[in-house]
Design a protein around this ligand. Sequence first.
Ligand code: DX5
Ligand code: ZN
Length: 230
Amino acid sequence: MIDLHSYSYPAFSPSLLAADHSRLIEETQKAERLGCHFIHIDVMDGHFVPSASFGLDFVKEIHDKHHMVNDVHVMIEKPWASAASYVKAGADILTFHFEACSDGTCLQKTIAAIKSAGGTVGVSIKPLTPVEAIFPCLNEVGLVLLMSVEPGKGGQSFIPASLTRLLALRKEIDRLPFSKRPILEVDGGINALTGPACLKSGADLLVAGSYLYGHSDMKERMDAVLKGGR
Ligand code: DX5
Ligand code: ZN
């Protein structure tokens, strides 16, 4: 299991969803060359969210073509059933959706499956789920992923209410002893305006797809957001 506290924050986790899908290995290695320590891989099953994207085979293919943390975000139904397979395929962080677990038993089953496969557990919430819903499991996970758009596609606009949600999560996370604090990640609509606002509201890790990929100044775009720190 990786130690997420050994990395420095704030940082970006570029989302491959917005990369050129005809040259994903190069696009991944580009992020590493530009100094990233995380790469975000969105898995969609066409059920939990309407679209389908990368799957298990892609995680297997890409995980060892670079030295970054494989930050895998699964937007799938019944995550407990395949969580261990994703970790074995190379997901260092396996982030599943709280909403995909109908009760505490499913949630615990998913957390246990990821941990026993040797992965770092991430839990994600959609924009309409109260942040308080995940407070009881904060001390059992390594990462919290706050969705700042409805999951399912890239290029959407940031939902402004996400900032107060980040603040509330930051406050609750900081009640835990440092070593037990999950990393706070935010995903959706991150750009030169919303990125700094998220950092000020307590985010550690920014997922960004359309803001970064497809632009020749990807490095400058990251620096512009990170320069102010948190
Ligand atoms: C959306 C995905 C995101 C997506 C973000 O469901 O979870 O990771 O790639 O895309 P942008 O940064 O374009 O909003
Ligand atoms: Zn994502």
